[in-house]
Design a protein. Structure first.
Length: 281
């Protein structure tokens, strides 16, 4: 990936963070930290990797699918979808409002571009396994990408789905762990340690990669490498920074689900707009 493409993706991701921050501020509710850690990966998926994505025909059968298992990360998903053209950007102002279709957890029957509704954590990988298995049975060519939070994979259902994916050799399935190492109650290591995480996924029959989840070239490359793996699902452990892009939010567990006060909003917006100006300059 050349520097021109990296700059283009960086601009999109920064715009998504600006829109996500604005949406949460408008709602006075939402999850900034885990959304901002995931933005760069979603940007690469929707603007570089996923095939047959058409905002004018969001349900076409041969499209690649994306499942946001960490369903509270909609402050990353909605801006990404809006920038991709699935719905008007100005609708983000209605995020989490009682009469809005842009609810806190995405609903597939209401939001164009959403392939699976999100609710309780730990369920999305099971849905993704079902989609991938259906694709195999139908001899379809689409791929399924499922993003999980690191705190979320403490749920037992994740590992039941992991076993099923290995059993059925779902090489059209790519899982992603947003490994920012923080969850609502503290560090993942304190709440329920995950290590050795890479070896765990391998033991369940997954081909496993570990990358910097903010390195656009590395993200794009690992998704291309995943296409070459046969007879195994692929897991990408993406090392990320919670609250990425805003200095006082980075690696701060207090920003898991805390909406910014007015002064915090202004400071964060100033940082993000300056980053965008630098990219566009």
């Amino acid at each position: 990936m050349d520097n021109v493409k990296i700059r283009e993706l960086s601009k999109i991701a920064t715009k998504a963070r600006i829109l996500g921050l604005d949406a949460i501020h408008s709602a006075n509710s939402g999850h900034i930290g885990g959304a901002f850690s995931a933005v760069d990966i979603m940007t690469v998926l929707f603007f570089e990797t996923m095939r047959n994505i058409d905002p004018k025909n969001p349900k076409q059968p041969n499209r690649d699918r994306f499942v946001l298992s960490k369903g509270h990360g909609t402050a990353a998903l909605y801006p990404t979808l809006a920038l991709r053209g699935f719905f008007p950007i100005e609708d983000l102002k209605t995020f989490r409002h009682i009469d809005s279709y842009l609810s806190g957890h995405a609903e597939m029957n209401h939001v164009p571009g959403v392939d699976m509704s999100a609710g309780s954590l730990g369920q999305g990988l099971s849905a993704a396994v079902g989609m991938a298995l259906a694709g195999k049975l139908d001899h379809a060519g689409y791929r399924v990408y499922a993003m999980m939070g690191d705190g979320e994979i403490q749920e037992g259902q994740i590992w039941e789905a992991a076993m099923a994916a290995g059993k059925y050799k779902l090489d059209n399935l790519v899982g992603i762990v947003d490994y920012n190492r923080l969850q609502i109650d503290g560090t993942v290591a304190e709440v329920m340690p995950l290590e050795p995480l890479k070896e765990k996924w391998k033991s369940f029959g997954w081909e496993t990669f570990e990358i910097d989840g903010h390195d656009y070239a590395a993200i794009a490359q690992v998704f291309e490498d995943a296409k070459q793996i046969k007879n195994k699902p692929v897991m990408v452990i993406a090392n990320t920074v919670k609250g990425k892009g805003v200095s006082f939010m980075e690696n701060n567990v207090n920003w898991h689900g805390h909406p910014p006060a007015e002064d915090e909003y202004q400071r964060a917006m100033a940082e993000l707009k300056k980053a965008l100006e630098d990219l566009e300059g």
